[in-house]
Design a protein around this ligand. Structure first.
Ligand code: NAP
Ligand code: 12T
Length: 348
């Protein structure tokens, strides 16, 4: 039998953390022990796992003694503060927050696209933003075939991306509106029920949101090609699970819609659902609860040469977060990379 590991999930009580536990279980990750960590608020909470229960402990600097792999999903500030201590304890961190993604020391990995980047890890591996992950899974095989010059993407993002509070907020607002009460607005800057918000995360100095710039910068890092130009508009929509994206891709060379469909049918982690005559295309309700990235509406952009339009949908909590993080951990195990070369690498 192969090796077995002690695994910690930091943020185990959250929307993503719970999905991480479920994913470790259904994929039969080689964990001999799983430790559930969250804030002091959750001490003693029981979480279901493998037919039994895990009792949540408080995440502290000392939580990682004897832990081999930690999956972090407890916010950027928490990762920034605690991941270096995990590494100091000899634990490899796969981090789902934005804290380490653009750090040169940290590989930013989508296993279908750049698993090779794991080879040089120094203890912290970053999981990309949900919107970036589903887009690069589709772009990568097309880039290999015809070289991408420019991408214009608009997103339609589900509230579950923001966590459990936001799922409750949409649910409550819908009930309040149907009961002719004033909807309560707490999580988002405006009402999300029956509305669309062209703001995800904070605004930056260039008038883009941080979510938009994550898509730009992370895509170039993952695809390892600074020549790819990309611009994004990210929008929150009143959907519970499943992010959708309208993606316009200009290539160096001609690629027909049929060529793109064939390439994507062969691509790992992708399902092509593209039959307009039968009204078949991906939707959030198609992707929710599924592992794949779905693509459809593939068609030629008739306004300029060598350009295609497509529609990409995935479960943001699965492939966008928990599943990709667990897949990174699986790749580390497979490649014998569960080790910390320098425990002090992130302490400064
Ligand atoms: P959530 O439902 O709000 O859960 C937050 C989790 O973090 C809870 O387990 C919470 O514990 C824990 N936490 C918060 N502050 C903490 C602290 N100071 N110390 C220890 N634990 C703390 O949010 P979520 O949707 O699961 O997302 C969690 C994080 O994952 C996000 O903040 C984000 O960084 C990241 N994320 C990334 C993507 C992506 O694009 N890849 C997508 C979604 C989320 P308590 O229950 O004890 O409060
Ligand atoms: N603000 O991990 O609100 O960078 O949907 C993921 C999702 C940040 C992240 C969201 C966010 C991230 C959201």
């Amino acid at each position: 039998m192969s090796a077995s590991y002690t695994v910690a999930v930091a943020g185990a009580t959250g929307a993503v953390g719970r999905e991480m536990l479920a994913t470790l279980e259904v994929r039969d990750f080689p964990a001999s022990k799983v430790v559930a960590l969250a804030s002091a608020r959750s001490i003693g909470t029981s979480l279901p796992f493998r037919g039994g229960e895990l009792t949540v402990r408080e995440l502290t600097e000392d939580s990682f003694h004897g832990v081999d792999i930690a999956l972090f999903s407890a916010g950027g500030g928490t990762s920034e503060r605690f991941a270096p201590h995990a590494v100091r304890s000899g634990c490899v961190v796969v981090d789902n927050s934005s804290a380490w993604r653009m750090d040169d020391r940290c590989p930013l990995v989508v296993p279908e696209v750049n698993a090779h980047a794991l080879g040089k890890h120094k203890g912290i591996i970053a999981n990309p933003n949900c919107s970036t992950i589903q887009m690069v899974v589709v772009l990568s095989p097309l880039h290999k075939a015809a070289s991408i010059r420019r991408v214009v993407v608009s997103t339609y993002q589900a509230v579950s991306g923001t966590g459990q509070k936001a799922v409750a907020e949409l649910d409550n607002q819908v009930r309040q509106i149907f009961n002719m009460a004033e909807p309560e607005v707490k999580v988002y800057p405006h009402r999300i029920a029956f509305n669309c918000l062209p703001q995800i995360d904070v605004f930056l100095e260039n008038d883009y949101t941080k979510e938009e710039m994550k898509m730009v910068l992370e895509t170039v890092k993952i695809m390892e090609d600074e020549k790819i130009k990309i611009t994004a508009t990210t929008v929150r929509v009143p959907v519970f699970y499943g992010h959708s994206e309208s993606v316009n891709v200009e290539f160096e060379r001609r690629l027909s819609a049929n060529d793109a469909r064939s390439l994507l049918r062969e691509a790992k982690g992708v399902v092509v659902l593209d039959n307009p005559a039968e009204k078949i295309y991906p939707m959030p309700i198609t992707a929710a609860g599924e592992d794949a990235v779905f693509v459809g509406r593939i068609r030629v952009d008739e306004s300029q040469p060598n350009t295609l339009n497509m529609w990409v949908v995935a479960d943001n909590v699965r492939k966008g977060a928990a599943l990709n993080t667990v897949q990174i951990a699986e790749a580390l195990v497979r490649e014998n990379l569960v080790r910390v070369p320098d425990p002090t690498a992130f302490l400064n």
